[in-house]
Design a protein around this ligand. Structure first.
Ligand code: AMP
Length: 552
């Protein structure tokens, strides 16, 4: 016997039709590449998305075809999210911070047919056009008046001409909810990037979970500004969740400096924002330098890398903005855990509550997770045992796009995705990342978590950013080296920084040396590239290397 409820596939187009019908008057506000602020409602967004779906069909884009974007967070990008996926094609959001060689490689691997791009990226698109074999048409995301002069991009079309020339009448097709909807390539710090092909079903289920109060907590009363790019794991699903709940959306376009973000937060009454720690550094520095306050923002979602305690303290204690720490991966759509507190944490003193909030959080329903040792045996959830974090669930990758390799590990016949992160899980279910497995510092057969050491350094008032890496040591295999960027005008010595660790970590965890640099290399998604630092400092001579150190 089966249940007798309606069979309705979970399709991305249903989010847009829901938004149009039930909160069609809610605004989507975008700072454009040109610098001005554009406004439209969900009703207008839906109408323009239908026009674009017609325009795509007229150009021969069929179900399953890949349509690529090189674009900032903005309303035209949002229209493509719905027009492309809604019509059955696959939206391939490409990270524009990659090298033209990599962009062309990814576009060819994905077999992208059309590339939509913001004007900022014209030089990149010109370089890509000379290299790619698969892209047959290019669309500049602008109007006729702003169309660029270029002879290096063949078949260049104008976005607003496509919209104007297409009918608003379009019926979103109904198809299998397991059909592909969008494609994202992982940052790929080693080897070639790998594609993760999301489905309509995985996206809708992820959206339900992301919107929950103990997850990203999105509601009709929110004005959400995603700083996290729409080219990086679908801006953590916020463009979908906002449509689902009827939140106002504010897109910052290319203007991601502290001043521009702050002005938009204030002028649009933003209540919630989301981004990686590196973007918040600029914002906090601007707010502090000018003695400003956030008048409407009360929550910020921080993920992508560990949130440094100093940043959490600044947001919460100085500015009254609650930090919601979240963890996920491209392979996970991306949401895995969110650090919402339980009721008994409310009574804890501030610092103890923060110690909980600094963990990456509890699994959202739909994500199952466990930690295992090197042999694959499950480790206890005691907050102490650290092992590789494995996950499974309906919005977690089972195979990379166009790849035969099976990335999963199997236990009792069940497939788990190995995250490459090393973590603990405590008795309350709070997961804490201690390292990427390749960043962990292996000293004397034991592991030193680089994130802890970085967080301590970053809580020093003279330190802007810090990375901790393992460098070769003749006796201990590897020892920690701290790489530090000082705050402008601030002074701190190697000895002072090393002394700063006293009493905060076991003695053998204290870095062996400190080097000062002007900047730490960041990858295309704003994360510190520790692999590059490891290369740069591969031959660094540690003081006293060879001397026996107490390893306890
Ligand atoms: P990506 O697929 O580029 O989003 O990278 C995913 C990786 O980023 C994860 O496997 C983690 O190593 C790291 N990551 C994401 N969120 C966090 C977080 N809150 N704390 C620490 N690392 C994180």
């Amino acid at each position: 016997m089966l249940g007798s409820m309606m069979q309705q596939p979970l399709l991305i187009s249903s989010l847009l039709t829901h938004a149009e019908r039930h909160h069609g008057d809610v605004q989507v506000v975008s700072r454009r590449v040109e610098g001005d602020v554009h406004r439209q409602t969900y009703r207008e967004l839906a109408a323009r998305s239908r026009r674009m779906a017609n325009a795509l069909a007229a150009r021969g884009v069929a179900a399953g075809d890949r349509v690529a974007t090189l674009a900032w967070n903005g309303y035209r990008h949002m229209e493509l999210y719905y027009a492309v996926s809604g019509s059955g094609a696959v939206l391939h959001t490409i990270n524009p911070r990659l090298h033209p060689e990599q962009v062309a490689w990814i576009a060819d691997h994905a077999e992208d047919r059309i590339l939509f791009f913001d004007l900022t990226f014209l030089p990149l698109v010109e370089a890509v056009a000379a290299r790619t074999k698969s892209i047959r048409a290019y669309v500049a995301m602008t109007d006729r008046a702003h169309m660029p002069e270029t002879s290096k991009v063949p078949d260049l079309l104008c976005y607003e001409d496509l919209i104007a020339g297409a009918s608003e009448r379009y019926t979103w097709p109904v198809f299998d909810e397991n059909a592909p909807s969008s494609l994202c390539y992982t940052s790929g710090t080693t080897g070639n990037p790998k594609g993760v092909l999301y489905s309509h079903r995985s996206t809708i289920l992820h959206t339900y979970a992301a919107a929950l109060p103990d997850a990203l907590n999105c509601s009709a009363r929110d004005t959400i500004l995603p700083v996290v790019p729409m080219f990086h794991v679908n801006a953590w699903g916020l463009p979908y969740a906002a449509c689902m709940v009827g939140a106002k959306l504010v897109f910052p376009g290319p203007h991601l400096d502290g001043k521009s973000l702050y002005e938009l937060f204030e002028s649009e009454g933003v209540t919630v924002s989301a981004g990686v720690p590196t973007v918040w550094q600029g914002l906090l520095a601007h707010v502090e330098a000018h003695g400003l306050k956030f008048s409407t923002m009360h929550r910020t979602i921080i993920g992508g890398s560990a949130c440094p305690p100093a940043m959490m303290r600044d947001f919460q204690q100085r500015h009254g903005v609650q930090v919601l720490h979240a963890w996920g991966m491209t392979e996970m759509s991306p949401l895995g855990t969110v650090c919402a507190l339980r009721s008994r944490h409310a009574a804890l003193p501030e610092e103890q509550r923060m110690a909980v909030q600094l963990k990456q959080g509890r699994a959202v329903y739909g994500v199952d997770m466990k930690i295992v040792d090197a042999e694959g045996a499950e480790l206890p959830q005691d907050g102490k045992a650290a092992g590789e974090l494995l996950v499974r669930g309906p919005w977690i990758v089972s195979r990379y796009f166009n790849s035969e390799d099976d990335p999963l590990v199997y236990a009792d016949g069940v497939g788990w995705f190995p995250t490459g992160d090393v973590s603990t899980i405590d008795a309350d279910g709070y997961m804490q990342i201690t390292d990427r497995s390749k960043d962990v510092i292996k000293s004397g057969g034991e592991w030193i978590g680089s994130i802890d050491l970085e967080n301590i350094a970053m809580s020093h008032p003279a330190v802007a950013t810090a990375a901790c890496i393992g460098v070769k040591h003749p006796k201990w295999d590897e020892r920690p080296l701290l790489v530090v960027v000082r705050k402008p005008g601030a002074e701190v010595t190697r000895e002072q920084l090393l002394a700063f660790y006293e009493g905060k970590v076991a003695r053998w965890w204290t870095p062996d040396d400190v080097v000062f640099v002007d900047a730490i290399p960041l990858g295309a998604t704003g994360k510190m590239q520790k692999t590059r630092l490891r290369e740069q400092f591969a031959n660094h001579e540690l003081p006293g290397a060879g001397a026996v150190r107490p390893h306890a």
